[in-house]
Each structure stands twice: as C-alpha cells, then as structure tokens.
Design a protein around this ligand. Sequence first.
Ligand SMILES: NC(=O)c1ccc[n+]([C@@H]2O[C@H](COP(=O)([O-])OP(=O)(O)OC[C@H]3O[C@@H](n4cnc5c(N)ncnc54)[C@H](OP(=O)(O)O)[C@@H]3O)[C@@H](O)[C@H]2O)c1
Length: 239
Amino acid sequence: MTPPPSQVVLVSGAAGGLGQSLVAELARSGHRVLAGWHRTPAPRAPDGVEPVALDVTSPASCQAAADQALARWGRIDAVIHAAGIARDALLARQSPDDWEAVFAVNLDGARHLGRATLPHLAAQGGGHWIGIGSHAGLAGSAGQTAYAASKAALQGLVLSWAREFGARNVRVNAVLPGVLPTPMTATLDAAVLRSYAEANLLGRINDPAEVARFIAFLLTTTNISGQSFSLDSRVHRWA
Ligand SMILES: NC(=O)c1ccc[n+]([C@@H]2O[C@H](COP(=O)([O-])OP(=O)(O)OC[C@H]3O[C@@H](n4cnc5c(N)ncnc54)[C@H](OP(=O)(O)O)[C@@H]3O)[C@@H](O)[C@H]2O)c1
C-alpha cells in the first residue's frame, strides 16, 4: 500500500513555532496544507497552503476547518494536532481557570478535532492522525501539573483512537518533539532551558525543523499506528 504523494493535511497551531516548521516542510514535500491559525495570523502562505481560522476549543470551529478542507480538496489525508498551551504553576498557585484552559486546548481540542476529521479519514479508506505530546506527559514535570496531565491524557486518547480506527486503516500516533526553542519556551529562565538540554544525553534540545521532517516521513508510512515517538535523547526504562 502506497500513501498518496500529495496529501491533504490539516494542522492546528500552525502559526506556532512547531506549526510553522510543519507547514513549511509539508508544503516543501508537495502536500496541500490547511494551516489552522488561532490568535496569531498565519504568516504569508507558500504554494499549496491555505490558512484557516481554527480554535480547537470550539467544536464548530474544528468542523468548519474540516469542511473547508473538504470543500477545497475533497478529502483529508492527515491531521496534526500541534496546538498546545502551558500555564505552569506549582500546585498551591494553580488557578482553576488555567487548569481548564490547558485541558481545553491540549486534550479537549484534540477530541473536537478528532470528531470533526476522523470519520472522513475512516470513510475514505484511511489516513494519519498525529497528536503532539510531551515528555512531561510520560515523566511528569514539577510546576507543570496541568500541562503534564493533559499530555498524559493525550497519550491515552491517541492509543484508544488507534485501536478504535485501526480496522479502517486510520493510523493514530503521538509525536513527543522534545524541548523546542519556540514561543512556548521563550519565557523560560536560561538556567531552566540549560537544565532541559543537560537532561538529554546529547546535551542539547531539539529543532522544530527536525521534528517537521520526522512527521513528514511518518506521513509516508502505512503500517505504523498506536505508537509514541520521542524525538530527543532522554532515556527511560524500556518497559
Ligand atoms: N516547545 C516545546 O518545548 C514543546 C515540547 C514538547 C511539546 N510541545 C508541544 O508542541 C506543540 C507546539 O508547541 P510550540 O512549541 O510550537 O508552541 P507555540 O509556539 O506556543 O505554538 C502553540 C500554538 O498553539 C496555538 N493555540 C493556542 N490555543 C489554541 C486554540 N484554542 N486553538 C488553536 N490553536 C491554539 C497557538 O496560537 P496563538 O498563539 O495564536 O493562540 C500557537 O500557534 C504543542 O502541542 C506543545 O505542547 C512543545
């Protein structure tokens, strides 16, 4: 089974640090990209890229984005949920609003985007659905309870959808991109960023362009589902 060389890919969080790299790499690979931007408008779109306003906390907005892809190209081959937020605080200082906001984007956003897109992928004979997870969801992270818990839950969602949609050839995977130099980490203290780099065997954090190349490769595969790919050099027990 060979995947179509030019796929229709819907990306949430497309104007973010990772999102921009994804859109550029997917367009360079010849895919047609519906680039979902939120508050920050998408930068000038290269050929094959169509911007769409997308708030993943809104089921209607997710449905409208899916409808736009279908109206424009008649299909959706892949969805990448790259939208994500962090509202870091130690437990005693964690506000209920922040907790809810993080889950609304990272987890419920995935659910809304999945509801709007997975039935199409299944009906047309298959496709890819990729959730961008985080190492924090596997290992925990002091001061990041909401973020880590939402990303851990995203792992459960991905594994469950992989089981639910496998029979219809929809491949559902998680990509854990490693620490990236994007707006999400821009306000972190230099010492904190350094400690993240030092936790990696290679002594460095990752690069959004490398993550984008990995995901573009994943879209060329046909036999991989229910997996979680950690793109850094932090080592954990194997089972
Ligand atoms: N950076 C890291 O070190 C790192 C590490 C592990 C995992 N990740 C994950 O990688 C993904 C991309 O993060 P990033 O580093 O590229 O962060 P980023 O630059 O802050 O991008 C996040 C994007 O999500 C969008 N977004 C926020 N709320 C949204 C909503 N309600 N609907 C749709 N989009 C929304 C933001 O748009 P607006 O700004 O316009 O609201 C922004 O474009 C996230 O899932 C993040 O959790 C990042």
